[in-house]
Write a protein that binds this ligand. Structure first.
Ligand SMILES: NC(=O)c1ccc[n+]([C@@H]2O[C@H](COP(=O)([O-])OP(=O)(O)OC[C@H]3O[C@@H](n4cnc5c(N)ncnc54)[C@H](O)[C@@H]3O)[C@@H](O)[C@H]2O)c1
Length: 362
């Protein structure tokens, strides 16, 4: 079992990573969630019942309120939060009690927000069950719901008390979802760790195919280490945390332009976004080729032209301009100077980005 401690201004909590570690959940609870009597176990409907039942059995000494949710971006709404708050409050939870999220990033964002609002904040345990949630969304305490005006516009920062990433939960995950998580692993390596990127060049296939437990555990550990290092320095995303947005300014515009259709999911949009960001930033052809070869070896989507046409550019620009990083009419981008060396985020004019997209779609 691998363990990392995240230290933010007001909280210190562990991330534990391993295979079949959920069987130890009762002892984790005794150590990290003392005096808890009631648990709201909020579960993504697609998580196999066996996993949920084993957790319930291990935590049989606690009073468990089980709530299952069929997740979708539409479920990331105030309506869902209100319903969760009502169900939990009817059972008289107090601040020593806790909410457990058992699911992917959507379930984690909703459950975290619920925990942060209940009595102005009760304990929160995250058990991420998608690769994306294990390497990214379960760390850092961001919670969110969507509005018609945009994704993740409403939320809080509420750090968990414990994160348990058990790679056994990934067994039932579709390959497309594994690729989604891989996009964030690759992002972490490209911004801060060339050695990690070189290692991914050798181990990427094993990670995506979940065929070597040591490789997958190491990839999750190194990703969590990079993300937690950044979160510790800039919990509320005032400056440094923005670098985690590498590939996402283009990526978010790609998914929004496609109206969040299943034809191009979040991870695929980020992978295309990373391609744009490296082509925009890297001057050295050898480095660019290294990344393009990585995409080609792993069969990752890289051809923007396969998804967008020149007529989509005005919409892409509109979404890029509404990005949370912007404070004026320009578009702020996170770029890299070389593999493993992120640059300070910088703003570019709409005209410059338009020209770049035109060239990409030529
Ligand atoms: N809070 C943050 O810091 C942060 C960071 C990145 C992304 N996010 C959010 O995370 C969400 C994306 O997360 P995601 O990629 O995990 O998507 P997701 O939560 O939609 O899960 C992907 C799919 O996998 C299913 N699933 C989950 N666990 C499974 C399992 N073990 N076996 C089989 N199927 C399973 C889900 O039901 C869903 O259909 C977005 O809403 C995004 O905004 C949040």
């Amino acid at each position: 079992m691998l363990k990392l401690i995240v230290k933010t201004k007001n909280k210190k909590y562990p991330i534990v990573i391993g295979e079949n570690i959920l069987k130890k959940i009762n002892s984790f609870f005794k150590s990290y969630v003392p005096n808890c009597k009631k648990i709201a176990l909020i579960v993504d409907n697609n998580v196999p019942n066996k996993i949920t039942n084993n957790i319930r059995k291990s935590l049989k000494n606690y009073q468990i309120l089980l709530i299952k949710i069929h997740v979708s971006e539409k479920k990331k709404s105030f309506k869902t939060i209100e319903s969760l708050l009502n169900k939990i409050l009817k059972n008289n939870f107090n601040r020593n009690d806790c909410v457990i999220a058992l699911g992917g990033g959507i379930l984690g964002d909703i459950s975290g927000l619920t925990a942060s609002l209940l009595k102005r904040g009760i304990r929160f345990i995250n058990i991420p069950t998608t690769l994306l949630a294990q390497v990214d969304s379960s760390i850092g305490g961001k919670t969110a719901v969507n509005l018609n005006l945009g994704k993740n516009l409403i939320g809080t920062f509420h750090q968990p008390d414990l994160v348990i990433a058990d790679i056994l939960t990934l067994k039932s995950l579709p390959k497309r979802e594994m690729i989604c998580g891989y996009a964030e692993i690759l992002k972490h390596a490209l911004i801060l760790d060339k050695k990690f990127f070189n290692w991914l060049n050798k181990k990427g296939k094993e990670i995506i195919n979940l065929s070597n437990k040591n490789s997958i555990q190491k990839a999750i550990f190194l990703s969590c280490k990079i993300k937690s290092k950044i979160v510790q320095k800039d919990e509320k995303e005032k400056n440094l945390r923005q670098i985690l947005n590498f590939g996402h300014t283009f990526g978010h515009a790609f998914e929004a332009t496609k109206k969040f259709s299943k034809k191009l999911n979040h991870g695929e949009s980020v992978l295309l976004g990373i391609i744009c960001a490296i082509k925009f930033s890297l001057k050295k052809k050898e480095e660019l080729d290294l990344i393009l070869d990585h995409y080609s070896n792993l069969n990752l989507p890289y051809k923007i032209k396969n998804f967008f046409k020149k007529k989509d550019i005005p919409r892409l620009i509109k979404f890029m301009k509404s990005d949370k990083k912007n404070y004026d009419k320009n578009i702020k981008l996170v770029l890299i100077n070389q593999i493993g060396k992120v640059a300070k985020p910088k703003s570019y004019s709409e005209i410059k980005i338009k020209k770049f997209l035109l060239a990409m779609l030529d």
